[in-house]
Design a protein around this ligand. Structure first.
Ligand SMILES: NC(=O)c1ccc[n+]([C@@H]2O[C@H](COP(=O)([O-])OP(=O)(O)OC[C@H]3O[C@@H](n4cnc5c(N)ncnc54)[C@H](OP(=O)(O)O)[C@@H]3O)[C@@H](O)[C@H]2O)c1
Length: 308
């Protein structure tokens, strides 16, 4: 099968389209013929050796952490799925940018009949991150105020919509070009992070979802109520700072979860949430896709088309 592989860490020239053997599913796994693969910042972080969980001893590997496609083989312990089923999932750190990928059956959900594979591939990693940040880690409650930094990107565009569905008052930061997009997603208040200090425009909130890190994260303590929560997908918040006293902060890593994916899919089918695919690329143009995600203004997600 064809796959986009790296055998050492580095820049774009480390990515190659190669012919490699199809993976063999383990007893609790499915083998999926990939129709589309989502593209995420973690992909170029892995490629560059900047993702701590993937060390040099994991190489060579196939990039890509989420897929949509058709089951072609099931492991001996799998009874919930059969060949021909259309599924989507977040997968481990090896395998999405390829014609076939293996995935644990418990991490999978069926693609709703009204959804195409490109849309399905845009959902798992980013939507699960938003879901787990808001609910598992952030414990968001209806009528609370939440500030989402990076509201127009892959994770942020789901987070705005989930928070709105939950009944929270939603504040979101993004660049000027994305303000209308974030309003259409349901943000009650949008803040251009380049126009000034978000702290000057945002009242106190109960929860901050930090998808940016650095100074943005540090300054977020100032907009949290006493007892408020700061949840980051980047570095661990510094809870020793004076402005962090009486507040909680944590960094987490998203985990695959078929049940949560099912709940997310139900919201999408009910038209309460909409995944946005900003642009698609062919599998062989994965280098351009990652370059585009890293350097251009992207609203929502980038997806690779692997097979029709
Ligand atoms: N820990 C985990 O498990 C986990 C899971 C998923 C993602 N992540 C990480 O979380 C981050 C976000 O992921 P993503 O997929 O949403 O990335 P993304 O699609 O690249 O989106 C990031 C967004 O942030 C905006 N932005 C940039 N600087 C900003 C600032 N100072 N203030 C507010 N918005 C700003 C960008 O908008 P403009 O282009 O308009 O500036 C962009 O739309 C990435 O670093 C990713 O690696 C971690």
């Amino acid at each position: 099968m064809k796959a986009i592989r790296i055998d050492h860490f580095g820049h774009e020239d480390t990515m190659h389209l190669e012919d490699v053997p199809r993976p063999t599913p383990k007893a609790d796994e499915l083998l999926v013929k990939v129709a589309a693969a989502g593209v995420n910042p973690v992909d170029y972080k892995i490629r560059e050796g900047q993702y701590p969980a993937v060390k040099a001893d994991a190489l060579p590997l196939t990039l890509g952490r989420e897929i949509a496609g058709t089951v072609v083989e099931v492991g001996s312990q799998v009874s919930a799925y059969k060949p021909g089923d259309k599924v989507f999932a977040m997968i481990g750190a090896d395998g999405g940018y390829a014609e076939y990928a293996r995935v644990k059956a418990s991490n999978v959900d069926r693609i709703p009949s009204t959804m195409d594979a490109v849309t399905a591939a845009a959902i798992p990693l980013a939507a699960l991150t938003a879901w787990q940040a808001l609910y598992d880690q952030g414990q968001l409650q209806p009528n609370e105020r939440v500030l989402i930094h990076g509201g127009s990107g892959g994770v942020g565009h789901f987070a705005i919509q989930f928070a709105r569905v939950c009944g929270a008052e939603v504040f979101a930061t993004g660049s000027k070009a994305s303000l209308n997009f974030m309003k259409e997603l349901g943000a009650h208040h949008v803040i251009d992070y380049k126009a000034g200090r978000f702290e000057d425009e945002c009242p106190e909130v109960d929860l901050v979802i930090d998808l940016i890190g650095g100074e943005t994260q540090k300054r977020s303590w100032d907009v949290l109520v006493d007892g408020g929560r700061l949840v980051s997908t980047l570095q661990a918040p510094d809870t020793s700072l004076p402005q962090a006293q009486g507040k909680r902060g944590l960094r987490f890593t998203v985990k695959p979860n078929g049940k949560q994916l099912h709940e997310i899919a139900a919201l999408i089918v009910a038209r309460q949430v909409k995944p946005y695919v900003h642009r698609t690329f062919e599998l062989e143009n994965a280098v351009e896709a990652l370059h585009y995600l890293a350097t251009e203004h992207v609203e929502g997600k980038i997806v690779l088309k692997v097979a029709s």
